[in-house]
Write a protein that binds this ligand. Structure first.
Ligand SMILES: Cc1cc2nc3c(=O)[nH]c(=O)nc-3n(C[C@H](O)[C@H](O)[C@H](O)COP(=O)(O)OP(=O)(O)OC[C@H]3O[C@@H](n4cnc5c(N)ncnc54)[C@H](O)[C@@H]3O)c2cc1C
Length: 235
């Protein structure tokens, strides 16, 4: 999706009807909304979600759409601490049938068609990758592709673990869970050694993680054009 298409869709607010929310792991919740027929997105994109049932400041925050376009819902998954922000308190108040709005979808964080891809998630950065893997599973299009997901969470709280394991079983995607940067870099190294020039690298997570992984890749000879980054700002 190009820049101008992104800009156009940012100005169009779609009304979303809330369906349900549930706890994924400790401190992480998913929120599901009805998906209208004409609403679609590319796996990996995000939307700008606005609280409308009460006044909160800020009332709009970006979230990756963690469901795939082929699923029948809009899903966002987010960390909520014991002392949530006003925005997240308002999210937790949603009841079935209430509304939020979404602008977008926006962003160009998407898996490339042909090259071997290494997907690197830090913590809540797993959200765009859930969408991508669900889409690949639905399209049955992984057979010819080499896709590896490295999922690092220092607290060992792997969101969607059962689903990711199932997707790995149903496709040729491999998933490796890691709880330290040291092990993450070891795994990245194994991939870059083989695919330095032909691999595509997608990194999603907090800014510090995305920057250090991106720097590591560049130091290991990976070209900047083969690195895509999704910084989940706000953490
Ligand atoms: C492209 C993009 C995609 C993103 N995708 C996701 C995603 O998929 N999932 C996701 O979780 N995030 C995502 N984010 C980040 C998201 O937009 C938020 O910035 C993030 O979730 C933090 O929101 P918050 O309301 O908790 O933050 P803040 O308001 O910054 O609060 C941070 C912390 O401060 C404390 N705090 C703030 N206000 C109060 C208060 N009134 N009372 C007490 N304590 C308070 C709380 O401990 C809170 O957890 C994305 C960001 C970008 C740019």
């Amino acid at each position: 999706m190009g820049f101008f298409q992104d800009m156009k869709s940012v100005f169009v607010k779609k009304e979303l009807v809330f369906l349900e929310s549930f706890k994924e792991t400790e401190g992480v919740y998913s929120f599901l909304f009805e998906k209208e027929k004409d609403l679609t997105w590319k796996a990996g994109q995000h939307g700008l979600f606005t609280i409308t049932h009460k006044k909160v400041k800020p009332s709009t925050k970006p979230f990756s759409i963690s469901s795939a376009p082929t699923e029948d819902v809009i899903r966002i998954t987010t960390k909520i601490s014991d002392q949530p922000s006003d925005f997240k308190k308002a999210l937790l108040e949603l009841e079935k049938g209430m509304n939020m709005t979404m602008s977008g979808p926006v962003g160009s964080f998407q898996i490339s068609d042909n090259s071997p891809s290494l997907l690197i998630a830090g913590g809540i950065g797993i959200t765009p990758f859930r969408s991508m893997l669900k889409q690949l599973e639905a399209d049955r299009s992984t057979e010819a592709k080499q896709i590896k997901l490295l999922y690092m969470d220092s607290e060992n709280l792997f969101v969607y673990k059962d689903e990711l394991d199932e997707m790995a079983n149903n496709t040729s995607v491999t998933v490796t869970y890691l709880d330290s940067r040291e092990h993450l870099f070891e795994e990245i190294n194994k991939f870059t050694t083989i695919h330095t020039t032909n691999g595509t690298f997608l990194i999603a997570g907090p800014k510090s993680m995305v920057e250090s992984v991106s720097g590591f890749l560049k130091n290991n000879g990976v070209s900047k054009k083969n690195i895509k980054r999704d910084v989940l700002d706000g953490y």
